[in-house]
Design a protein around this ligand. Structure first.
Ligand code: GH3
Ligand code: MG
Ligand code: MG
Ligand code: MG
Length: 314
């Protein structure tokens, strides 16, 4: 290792919020302590594991951003640790960098084939290690940002249909496994074309943001999902919700929106903006698809529209 003093001089500090959490895994006490010390000097949040088994346990507990992984360790080697991390959907995205004395290219190839981002051989040249870690963390930050953006609706900043569909499938399977009910609401703004025609598209956009925020604020459980299903249509997924709870929540949304008194002079049914809501509650079974729930809620939305709008049908 190079002299820690020279490294401290060249370091770029991380702020507390952006400090990367790094797990150092090495069976050799001197190596891991020295590396941990250096990384801490660079304001990284470092934890230490002395064997593969401990490493896996600590990953479960503290979800680091990065694992710096030794290869040769008794009982469970670094390859096996990496294989297990990459096999688990919960830990798959944690970055792994091998840090090892094994300089053979076949070892390096094996490590990279297991999904490690990098393979760095000892002795460690600290500025290079630091630069590689910085680049990998930056790439991950951008990647996470893109993933988040791809799941959100650009106008309202709530989940988009793609994310919703995936959450709906997950929840459908979970509810089917446990024979638990789940509910869904389709919420459609009434006479929204006329709103745009009267107040313009920019005002229409503002209005959709208000509706999205209002629906989100009505949710009580962290497992409830509000998404923009398309156009002026929103969808709400309520895991574990019975029909009675769903009706109460839908009425709350409908009334709260009305109480905002958003002028809608183009609406033939009210002076203010209104929504129609179709709901459905089901206990899924594995033979059916979650589309069953969407179709049923959609039919009830259609009924709400047909019977005068500004209504909940369940
Ligand atoms: P209904 O009560 O039957 O639902 O009537 P509606 O006018 O709301 O329904 P329709 O499907 O005829 O029109 C939906 C309108 O929503 C038309 C479209 O221009 C508008 N819209 C869809 N997405 C957006 C958007 O992102 N911004 C704005 N401003 N308008 C949008
Ligand atoms: Mg070792
Ligand atoms: Mg509409
Ligand atoms: Mg519509």
């Amino acid at each position: 290792m190079s002299n820690p003093a020279s490294i401290i001089d060249s370091r770029k500090n991380y702020s507390k919020a952006e400090a990367p959490r790094v797990l150092v895994v090495d069976d050799d006490a001197t190596s891991r302590e020295a590396l941990a010390l250096l990384l801490r000097h660079h304001d990284m949040i470092v934890s230490i594991a002395k064997c593969g088994k401990d490493a896996l346990k600590m990953v479960q507990e503290s979800r680091p951003d990065l694992v710096l992984l030794d290869v040769t360790m008794p009982e469970m080697d670094g390859y096996e640790v990496c294989r297990r991390l990459k096999a688990d959907p919960e830990t798959r995205n944690i970055m792994v960098i091998f840090l090892t004395g094994m300089t053979d290219s076949r070892n390096e190839e094996r490590g990279l084939a297991l999904g490690a981002l990098d393979y760095i051989t000892k002795p460690v040249v600290v500025p290079i290690l630091k630069a590689r870690i910085k680049n990998h963390l930056e790439m991950k930050r951008k990647n996470d940002l893109l993933t988040a953006l791809a799941r959100l609706d650009g106008l309202t900043n709530i989940p988009n249909r793609r994310l919703f569909d995936s959450l709906l499938h997950q929840e459908w399977s979970r509810s089917a496994r446990h024979s638990r009910p789940m509910s869904l609401m389709m919420i459609d703004v009434d006479f929204f074309k006329r709103y745009n025609d009267t107040y313009g598209h920019i005002a229409g956009d503002d209005c959709l943001r208000v509706v999205a925020r209002l629906i989100s604020q009505c949710m009580k459980r962290s497992s409830d999902v509000v998404a923009r299903y398309g156009g002026e249509e929103f969808v709400v997924l309520l895991p574990e919700a019975e029909e009675a709870d769903t009706l109460v929540l839908a009425e709350k949304i409908r009334k709260k929106l009305l109480s905002l008194k958003i002028p809608h002079s183009g609406s033939p049914i009210s002076d203010y903006l209104t929504v129609s809501i179709g709901c459905c509650t089901m206990t899924p079974n594995a033979q059916q698809s979650p589309q069953t729930l969407i179709i049923a809620a959609d039919q009830n939305l259609y009924q709400a529209k047909e019977s005068g709008r500004n209504k909940v049908v369940i």
